[in-house]
Design a protein around this ligand. Structure first.
Ligand code: NIG
Length: 390
């Protein structure tokens, strides 16, 4: 059944040929975009939905989250707001709570978090393991994540767990742990940062995963300048995420590479760190993504609208740049911006014929209202693969 969606005051396609279309219409059929253009030229369809003058964007592509966890870190957050510094060690608190949760509870927690993200317009979501940190617990997180989200990343190298020697833990990560998670994941990541894994340890993890045919991502340059960005670029990682503290050569390396620079404004704000230099990265020619980094330690939000608003109000991006980074940019960071995708329903992150029909109708008449009316309800309706999900 084809559905004609009209009443679109402004359609931001994030497609280089189509751009922003005023007074637009879209036809969705069999999970894909079947037609897009000016409403005056729209074909007929089996059913019709009139949005009554609202802006439509591609569904958000949230390329960095940590949804598989139990426990509460609000006391740590409160202490930070009173002047404490963020430290990677908090990950152990969530790891202890996550290990104690049974499978059903963990599944229910992840399901609720995915639904919350979808209600805010997110139609493609990545999530990481990383709060298990034993072979069994990492494999369980990967398996549950693979049931419930679009893209799964192995983050056994999130923290050296309590009681372990770092080198011996890396041996475990690249050995039995990797064997156990490999069937469930498409990506591997490492927290390359002081207090987590150094350059040599990070390289060992990334190379072992790459040699198994797993795509690479890196948590880099979150808490200070460090080797994360250069390592990610050297090893051809699909993205390096956080990128808050960058030298000129880091920016240059990103600009000359296929590695997407993913900024995570929720984490910058929640750790009271400087905002990542998104403007500088774009001006240098780097490819930019914006993601929520939803996790209990540094960014307990899956609101991509909030991240886009922050990027416009405080990181110096135009609304078009911010929306593109949170849709097409996220898709590029997951290598889903072209091709048919694992579900065989087309590319995500932009609206064009043949792409997966992921539409986000705003409550607003234009995308700029996301920043002009910060914090106001933003989502009117969401289609994922042509089906209304919110
Ligand atoms: O992306 N930096 C590492 N991982 C998460 C935080 C994890 C935590 O504190 O629980 C992040 O910010």
């Amino acid at each position: 059944m084809a559905e004609l969606v009209t009443g679109i005051s402004e359609l931001t396609t994030c497609d280089p040929d189509l751009g922003v279309v005023p007074d637009a219409a879209v036809v969705v059929d069999a999970g894909r975009i079947a037609w897009v253009g000016p409403a005056a030229r729209a074909p007929e369809a089996d059913t019709a939905t009139d949005l009554g003058g609202r802006a439509v964007l591609p569904g958000w592509v949230d390329s960095h989250t940590h949804l598989v966890f139990d426990g509460d870190r609000s006391a740590e957050f409160r202490a930070r707001m009173a002047g404490e510094e963020y430290a990677a060690g908090g990950i152990q608190v969530t790891t202890d709570a996550t290990r104690s949760a049974d499978d059903d509870r963990l599944r229910a927690l992840v399901t609720a978090r995915v639904a919350e993200a979808a209600a805010g317009g997110t139609t493609t979501i990545e999530t990481k393991t990383g709060y298990g940190l034993t072979v069994e617990d990492e494999a369980r997180s990967a398996r549950i994540a693979a049931e419930l989200v679009d893209e799964v990343t192995f983050l056994g190298a999130h923290l050296v767990p309590a009681g372990w020697d770092a080198e011996e833990y890396v041996d475990l990560v690249v050995g039995d742990m990797l064997d156990a998670v490999a069937p469930h994941v498409r990506w591997a990541d490492v927290f390359c940062e002081r207090g987590a894994f150094d350059e040599d340890q990070s390289r060992r993890v990334l190379e072992a995963c790459r040699d198994r045919g797993i795509g690479l991502r890196v948590h880099g340059n979150q808490l200070g300048e460090g080797p994360g960005v250069q390592l990610a670029v050297e090893l051809g990682a699909a993205s390096v995420d956080h990128v808050a503290f960058l030298s000129d050569s880091d920016v240059e390396a990103l600009a000359g590479s296929d590695t997407v620079a993913t900024v995570l404004p929720g984490a910058d704000l929640s750790t009271r760190m400087p905002l990542a230099p998104a403007r500088r990265l774009l001006d240098a020619g780097a490819t930019l993504a914006i993601a929520s980094n939803c996790n209990p330690g540094t960014s307990y939000t899956s609101s991509m609208a909030f991240c886009v608003t922050t990027a416009v109000l405080q990181m110096g991006l135009s609304i078009e740049e911010a929306v593109r980074a949170a849709t097409w940019g996220g898709a590029r960071a997951l290598r889903r911006e072209t091709g048919d995708g694992p579900d065989g329903l087309g590319a995500v992150g932009s609206i064009a014929v043949g792409h997966r029909a992921d539409l986000h109708a705003l409550t607003h008449p234009a995308a700029i209202h996301l920043a002009y009316r910060p914090g106001m309800p933003a989502t009117h309706a969401v289609w994922r693969a042509g089906r209304r999900v919110a």
